[in-house]
Ligand binder design. Sequence first.
Ligand SMILES: Nc1ncnc2c1ncn2[C@@H]1O[C@H](COP(=O)(O)OP(=O)(O)OP(=O)(O)O)[C@@H](O)[C@H]1O
Ligand SMILES: [Mg+2]
Length: 361
Amino acid sequence: MNSNVSAATIEASPAVKGEEVVRLVDVHRHFGTTAALDGISLTVHKGEILGIIGRSGAGKSTLIRCLNGLERPDSGLIEIEARGIVGLDEKELQPLRRRVGMIFQHFNLLASKTVEENVALPLKIAGAGKSERLQRAHELLELVGLADKARAYPSSLSGGQKQRVGIARALAARPALLLSDEATSALDPETTRSILALLKDINRKLGLTIILITHEMEVVRSIADRVAVIDAGRIAEEGQVWSVFADPKAAITKSLLSGSRPQLPEHIAARLSPTSGDEAILSIDMAGPVAQGAVFADLSTALPQSFRLVHGGIDHIQNQPVARFFIAVPTRDPALRDKVLQFLKARSARVEVLGYDTDHV
Ligand SMILES: Nc1ncnc2c1ncn2[C@@H]1O[C@H](COP(=O)(O)OP(=O)(O)OP(=O)(O)O)[C@@H](O)[C@H]1O
Ligand SMILES: [Mg+2]
C-alpha cells in the first residue's frame, strides 16, 4: 500500500464536485464477438475535465459515440444531465445533441462555408435567426482568438486554427458537455499545447464539462482533473491525475505512462542482476510535500554515504509535486540497505528494489 497517496493528501486538494453531467452504469456494446465496451461505469461532474486514455481498439471512440447517441449500447444506463438516453429515437435525441458538443481529430469543417458559417451551423440547424447566429459566431470566434478569420474559408487556415473553429462550432449551442476524440492528434506539439490551453480556459470561463479521449498521457497530464484508463472495453484504473501519475496500479497504466515519467536508463536496466551485485538499484516514488526533494538531503545527513542518485526528477501535476528517482545503495553492508529502505518508507515513499548492479563506474 502506498501511503503517500493517503486520504489526507487527497483531501488537501479536493475535487470540486458539482452535479452529475454524465452517468454511465454497466454499459456494454459488442460488435460480433468483440466486446468494445464491456461493462463501463463512470460519473462526470459539472465543470470537470475527464481524460479517457487507452490503446488503439480499447473502446474509447465507441464510448464517446454512445454519449452523443451515435452508437447504441446493448445494455446499461447512460444519463446526460440526469436524463436517460438509451432507447431514445432520432427525434428524441435532438435536444440531447444540442447539449453535447463534439470536436474531432480531423476538424470536420465544411470546406464550402466560411469560418463564421461553420461556427453558426449548429444554430442554423436549431432554427436560430440570422442575426442571432452571426452574433453568437462572432462571440465564439473572439473566445477562440479567431475574430479576424470570420470570412475566411477553412482551406486557408492552419490545423490549429481549424481546431479553434471546431471548438467554436462545438460551443455554439451552449452545450453542457464537450466531447473531444483525439482533437490534438493531428497537431504539432506547440499547437497541441495552445489548443489544450484554450480548452482549459473555456472550462474555467464557462464551467464547461469536458471529456477528452486520447492515447497520449501528456494530454491528460496537462489539462485533465481525473483520468480513466480503458483497456479492452473496461475501466482498468481511475483517479485524480496526479495520484494516478504518482502511483499507477494497473499494468496498462504503467505502460501508457512509460514515456511520461522517468524510467531507469536502458543501459543500466539491461545489465541488472536479479540476485546480486555491488549496488542495489531502487526506484522511489513520492507525491505531495515529501516529494519536494529534501528527503535526499535528509537521507545523506542521517546515513552518510548510503546512496548515490542515478536518475529521476520532480514533476508538478495539478500543483502537486510528483517525484520519481532511482538510487544506488551499496550492498556490502546489508544493514545499511535496510536502514535506507526504512528511512524512505517512513517518509511515505514507495520503494522497490529493481535489481543489482556491478558494472557502474
Ligand atoms: N462499427 C463497428 N463494427 C465492428 N467493430 C467495431 C465497430 N466500431 C468499433 N469496433 C471494434 O470495437 C473495438 C473498439 O473500437 P474503438 O473505435 O472504440 O477503439 P478506440 O479506443 O477508439 O481506438 P483508436 O485509439 O484506434 O481510435 C475495436 O476492436 C474495433 O475494431
Ligand atoms: Mg478511436
